[in-house]
Every structure is written in structure tokens, then in C-alpha cells.
Design a binder for this molecule. Structure first.
Ligand SMILES: [Ca+2]
Length: 299
């Protein structure tokens, strides 16, 4: 295991190792060796899941891990590792383009997740209806390259390629020709306010946002919600894209105290061309156990 240890040192995992020692996980480590899970560990190192592991230690999930070993849930863990390989993310809905759309109209964005957060390059295969569309190799944005000449309800087929460090994944996309999307979704409020205690449990609901869309065609009135990621770089909150429910994703106790966390949310509709609206979210973080009475200003 000397070689393994060298890697631990190489990847600066010594601090992690000390945590393991502190939490008396050495016994546990021997189980890993006994169950021949060393290969699994290598995968963790290779796919840089060390951060994930650190979280496990931080949140004292060591007991959970012991259960995993005991119940031989290694297969489950392997799936987690598998999940971190290059893969396309599933879109919220199938791509759509409106009838008669001229060249240069944004149609869809393809996302492929890469384990090491290295850059992923995108391309379209020269097959089927590829001449109608073009793809930006770094953003994964797909736009029209020619005027869309099929009728509402017809489809175009293209194949997107994601490439990362020699690994390649393909995804077939069926683009449906649709009615023109007229109205944008509109949030019911400009600002949504909620409050949490600093010791609130992960998974608790903070608030719910809602936007309405007046389009008569159902797919043009579908609304999806997305948090403004730069405003929440630590990923402390998560939003259900379909319901608009905001939940706490990471414990607030781990982060420096802030009286108010400011977030942003975008509502995007399912139509083509895509239309959207933006709203602000303010979450008041309470640090004392006695409830504070606040005057909430309604907009
Ligand atoms: Ca709409």
C-alpha cells in the first residue's frame, strides 16, 4: 500500500487522513482493505471525489459509511462513482424551435458533466438534419443555422457529441417544431422573502416562488425555475425546477454569519424563442432561539 499512500500525500489528502485517525476510522479503513475496496478508493482519487469525502467527514457521516461497508452497499457507492463520469445531464424538456425561425435563434443548451471539472467540448455529428443547426463548442448552445421550413408538430434530428480528455459521449436530440412563444413568464413578486434559523436542518423548505405565463399553447406556458448560481457559490440552497420550492441544501452553521442571504431566481418557459423573468430572494438568518418579530415590506 506504499504506492497508495504516496498518492494520498500527492493529492494533499493528509489532512483528510488525520481526520480519519481522529474519528477512529482506522478500523474502518482496514475493512476497506479486507473487502478489497482499494480499487474503489483509487476511483475516488481518480475522479476527485475527495471533496465529497471531506463533506462526509465534516457531517459525521462516518457511521453511514460503516453501514455501507457492513451491508455491502459498495455497489451503491460504485454507482456514485459512475455518476461522476462524463455524462449528459437530462434537460428539463425536449428541445423546441418555432416554425419559420430564421438563422441564429437559440434552440437548446446541452450540458455534459465532467468529473474533474475540466472543459468539455461539444460538436454536432454530420448526420441527419445537422445542416439546420450549429453548436457552440464551449457553451453547448445549439442555434438555428438555416430557416426552419418544417411545419408545427414535425421534428428534426441531430446528434450532439461531448468530448473530454479523450472520453466521448453521444446524445440524440429530437427537436420539435412548435407554435411561436408569445408571452414571457412573470413572477408574482419582484422580491421573495423567507427566514431560517442558523441551525435549520438541511432539506427544510424556505419558501416557494411562482411565475405565470399567459401563452394559450401548453408547452409555451410551461415554467421552469433556476437559481442564480453566482449568487450562491457554496450551493447552500437548491430549487426544484418544476415547483419553485427553495430548500436548504447545506448547513448554515458551516459558513460565516450573514444576517441576510441574497439570491436570485430565473423563470424560463418551455417555448421557442425562450422567454424569462427574474426575481430576487432574501433569506433572513436568525441566530437566536427567541423568534424575532419583523415587519415584512411587501412589494
Ligand atoms: Ca411563454
Amino acid at each position: 500500500m506504499v504506492e497508495l499512500w504516496r498518492n494520498i500525500v500527492d493529492y494533499r489528502m493528509v489532512e483528510l487522513w488525520w481526520n480519519m485517525v481522529e474519528y477512529r476510522m482506522v478500523e474502518w479503513w482496514w475493512n476497506m482493505v479486507e473487502y478489497r475496496m482499494v480499487e474503489l478508493w483509487w476511483n475516488m482519487v481518480e475522479y476527485k471525489i475527495v471533496e465529497l469525502w471531506q463533506n462526509m467527514v465534516e457531517y459525521r457521516m462516518v457511521e453511514l459509511w460503516r453501514d455501507m461497508v457492513e451491508y455491502r452497499m459498495v455497489e451503491l457507492w460504485q454507482n456514485i462513482v459512475e455518476y461522476r463520469k462524463l455524462a449528459f445531464r437530462n434537460p428539463l424538456h425536449d428541445p423546441r424551435v418555432y416554425e419559420g425561425a430564421p438563422p441564429g435563434i437559440h434552440v437548446h443548451t446541452v450540458h455534459a458533466y465532467d468529473p474533474g471539472r475540466k472543459s468539455v467540448m461539444y460538436n454536432l455529428l454530420d448526420v441527419r438534419d445537422h445542416t439546420y443547426f450549429s453548436m457552440d463548442s464551449s457553451s453547448g448552445n445549439i442555434s438555428t443555422a438555416k430557416t426552419i421550413d418544417k411545419k408545427v408538430g414535425d421534428t428534426y434530428e441531430i446528434i450532439a457529441v461531448a468530448i473530454s480528455q479523450g472520453e466521448t459521449k453521444l446524445r440524440q436530440l429530437q427537436i420539435t417544431v412548435t407554435d411561436f412563444n408569445i408571452h414571457p413568464p412573470v413572477f408574482e413578486h419582484d422580491v421573495y422573502r423567507g427566514e431560517l434559523h442558523v441551525r435549520s436542518k438541511v432539506g427544510v423548505t424556505v419558501l416557494r416562488v411562482r411565475a405565470l405565463d399567459d401563452d394559450p399553447v401548453p408547452y409555451n406556458a410551461e415554467v421552469y425555475y433556476k437559481l442564480d448560481e453566482p449568487k450562491d457559490p457554496r450551493g447552500r440552497f437548491s430549487m426544484d425546477p418544476n415547483t419553485g420550492v427553495l430548500t436548504l441544501a447545506r448547513s448554515l452553521e458551516m459558513s460565516p454569519s450573514e444576517p441576510i442571504v441574497e439570491l436570485g431566481v430565473t423563470a424560463v418557459d418551455g417555448g421557442s424563442p425562450k422567454r424569462s423573468d427574474y426575481a430576487r430572494i432574501e433569506v433572513l438568518i436568525k441566530t437566536i432561539s427567541v423568534s424575532i418579530r419583523l415587519q415584512i415590506v411587501r412589494y
